[in-house]
Design a protein around this ligand. Structure first.
Ligand SMILES: Cc1ncc(COP(=O)(O)O)c(C=O)c1O
Length: 399
């Protein structure tokens, strides 16, 4: 499906629909008149086949306790194998209400209070939350900016793993917020190091369908014919790809039976529910029939990204827009035009935008903003007009 068809069929107004992104501005930003490019969901309806499947399920009318249907496994496995050559097995699979909720369960099940867990910042801030709120010790290694992307600092990672006796790495692949798709070489080096140091890898692959550059996505489960599988837990969800976050469903893949047993024990102790029937109904249809819909979405993201990059570089060539290889999130360094300590005020009260501020993702994110591009070109163009004008006015004032 091309971009125009996709927008015509799927774009939808979300204001006044109890959308966290549109109707929840006041609580986070202190005003409700901002153009929102923050929360990572989209202004697009789910694929038609998924809407139809939900309607059909609603018509059935009964919503008693449910099992994960075989069709869900079949559709998810075919999607993973067909697109990424990732082979999965039924007994490896567990289901949760969301990825962050699954990360929290994994942390509790597979580490002890006080143990060290590493993240690579800047990174999706709930990673830090699930570590700290569960009384584990947060260890940070910063990614290094290199040209217009980021690389892992392997020496720093190795040193800190030793120094803090790190037990687990929560890894983001592709990486939110910097938009990086990790290469086979990078993944192999990292996974080998983790195996050597007995650091369990939790690979959050929720953005794996959102590949907008030339680099292919490779799952941590399938690197080197899966030799790191026993030391890896992979978590993903159809929610990011297909805009289904509120339906509540995630996939937790645990190939190692001992780890699975510990995970199951934690689930029993907390009496955690599995994914919802509506999430799995919609996802089955989306995995089966959503490829063309996804093509349309990716075309929109790519064009929006190019527009943002051109626009900001025309305003000031010093503004750095990270190369968008994956995710629908543009990572923009505005430190050349706005002092980091004024950035929040500037974005809210001058540009009138709601964005994710870089320092939410850790100190390494200071001076940056993260823009959600999975929206209509009209919204992106308006946001760029507002931001460009604010930058120009800011320059006039400071000159
Ligand atoms: C890396 C990453 N993990 C998890 C999530 C959220 O997942 P869920 O809504 O299923 O908890 C997001 C949402 O933006 C994300 O970027």
């Amino acid at each position: 499906m091309n971009k125009e068809e996709f927008i015509a069929q799927y774009a939808v107004e979300r204001k006044h629909t109890n959308s966290a992104k549109w109707d929840g501005l006041e609580a986070t930003f202190g005003r409700d008149d901002l153009l929102p490019l923050w929360v990572a969901d989209t202004e697009f309806k789910i694929p038609q086949a998924a809407q139809d499947a939900l309607i059909q399920r609603v018509h059935h009318g009964a919503f008693g306790y449910s099992l994960t249907p075989d069709e869900y496994y079949d559709a998810y496995f075919a999607w993973q194998k067909g697109r990424y050559q990732t082979e999965l097995q039924k007994d490896w699979m567990r289901f949760g209400l969301g990825v962050v909720n699954a990360l929290s369960t994994i942390v509790r099940a597979l580490t002890l209070p006080g143990e060290s867990i590493m993240v690579l910042q800047p990174v999706y801030y709930p990673f830090m939350r699930v570590i700290q709120e569960n009384d584990r010790h947060l260890v940070v290694s910063n990614l290094r900016a290199e040209n217009d992307t980021y690389v892992m600092d392997m020496e720093d990672i190795a040193n800190k793993m030793d120094q803090h006796h790190v037990k687990m790495l929560i890894f983001c692949s592709p990486h939110n917020p910097v938009g990086k798709v990790w290469s086979e070489q990078e993944l192999t080096t990292l996974l080998e190091l983790c195996r050597e140091k007995q650091v369990l890898v939790v690979s959050d692959e929720i953005h794996h369908d959102l590949i907008v550059g030339d680099k292919p996505f490779i799952s941590a489960l399938s690197i080197a014919q899966g030799i790191y599988r026993d030391n890896t837990v992979m978590v993903d969800s159809p929610s990011k790809t297909f805009n289904m976050a509120a339906l509540l469903g995630s996939n937790i893949v645990i190939p190692n039976p001992q780890l699975r047993e510990r995970y199951d024990k934690e689930v029993r102790e907390l009496s955690l529910p599995s994914a919802t029937v509506m999430a799995q109904t919609a996802a089955t249809a989306a995995y089966r029939d959503g490829a063309s819909w996804l093509e349309g979405l990716l075309a929109v993201i790519k064009d929006n990204y190019l527009y943002v990059k051109e626009c900001l570089q025309a305003v000031d060539p010093q503004i750095k827009v990270a190369d968008l290889q994956g995710t629908y999130l543009a990572w923009v360094d505005l430190s050349s035009v706005v002092a980091p300590e004024h950035l929040e005020y500037f974005i809210k009260h001058k540009a009138h935008l709601a964005v994710d501020f870089g320092d939410w993702f850790g100190e390494a994110g200071e001076g940056h903003i993260r823009l959600n591009l999975a929206t209509t070109p009209a919204i992106v163009h308006q946001a760029m007009d507002q931001l460009a004008q604010a930058i120009v006015e800011n320059k006039e004032v400071t000159q």
